[in-house]
Design a protein around this ligand. Structure first.
Ligand code: PAF
Length: 294
């Protein structure tokens, strides 16, 4: 695996593969690799002839400087892990390479970004994500880019970005990887103290409680949500949100029907965690006529 630091070097490295028509896969990351990242890299490795992983802790998407400073960084360890799963290039640019002096452009996706994470982290957050992802896609020019479903809102926003701007890339959204106890893997988990672990688990337990309520026939989102709240309250976690939203528009649902995303975010100690699960209920009309989804 080669580590490259500049866009010019990266493009020179990829030029031959591109000319030869090889499939290029990109896994955009901010480092501190865990099994979730590695599963994206493995997926890219099985589908693409050339695999690029970008490692860039993007200052533009942090609304809080302390959070940016606290973000875990260990490039040498990350490079070893990426090499072990067969990545070809680690693209690790400096902030000045990504945002040179005079940088003045922001890419903004409206509609999907004002709610949930956007509401709690501020509008700069998704602008920072969509701007850097646009740049990374332009820098690498991949055929496929891989994102984790744990950041469900981010994945939806990036899908819209690529569609709206006719970017010639396929976005593949891959399943959330969890620890055996159900905790969704996140680079931020490393900051959890042992004592916080039980409280952190209340997020996935809350989602599970919502899912169970729906499986038992509950179709009222407030009632299903209350079941999740109970799990959070027991663990004394005050969530930023626990919502049931449309999996397409992220608008709150009035009734649990079709594809609904249960999403939760909250702070455990100093660490902010998010999680989600997709709930599929056969739409009422289809269920009554016996027609399933196409
Ligand atoms: O999900 C992340 O790690 C980041 O938001 C991303 C997509 C790499 C952009 O900085």
């Amino acid at each position: 695996m080669r580590t490259v630091r500049t866009v010019a070097e990266l493009r020179a490295e990829l030029a031959t593969s591109r000319r030869a028509g090889l499939t290029i896969g990109l896994v955009p990351t901010m480092g501190a690799f865990h099994e979730g990242h590695l599963s994206l890299m493995r997926r890219a490795r099985t589908q693409c002839e050339v695999v690029v992983v970008s490692l860039f802790v993007n200052p533009a998407q942090f609304n809080d400087t302390a959070d940016l400073e606290r973000y875990p960084r260990d490039e040498r360890h990350d490079a070893q892990l990426a090499a072990d799963v067969g990545v070809d290039y680690l693209f690790a640019p400096s902030p000045a390479e990504v945002y040179p002096p005079g940088f003045a452009t922001t890419v903004s996706v409206r509609g999907l970004t004002e709610t949930l994470e956007g509401r709690h982290r501020g509008s700069r957050h998704f602008d920072g994500v969509t701007t850097v992802v646009t740049k990374l896609l332009n820098m690498v020019g991949p055929d496929v880019a891989y994102f984790g479903r744990k950041d469900a809102q981010q994945a939806l926003v990036i899908g819209r970005l690529v569609r709206d701007l006719d970017m010639p890339v396929r976005i593949e959204v891959c399943p959330t990887v969890r620890d055996r106890d159900g905790l969704a893997l996140s680079s931020r988990n490393a900051a959890l103290r042992d004592a916080d672990r039980e409280a952190a688990l209340s997020l996935s337990r809350a989602l599970h409680a919502v899912q169970e309520a729906v499986a038992a026939g509950e179709r009222d989102p407030d009632a299903a949500r209350r079941r999740g709240w109970e799990e959070l309250q027991t663990a004394e976690v005050e969530p930023d949100y626990l919502e049931l939203v449309s999996a397409d528009s992220l608008a709150p649902v009035q009734r649990i029907d079709g594809d609904v995303l249960a999403v939760v975010a909250g702070r455990v100690g100093a660490t902010r965690l998010i999680d989600n699960t997709l709930i599929h209920v056969l739409p009422a009309a289809a269920a009554s006529t016996g027609n399933g989804r196409p």
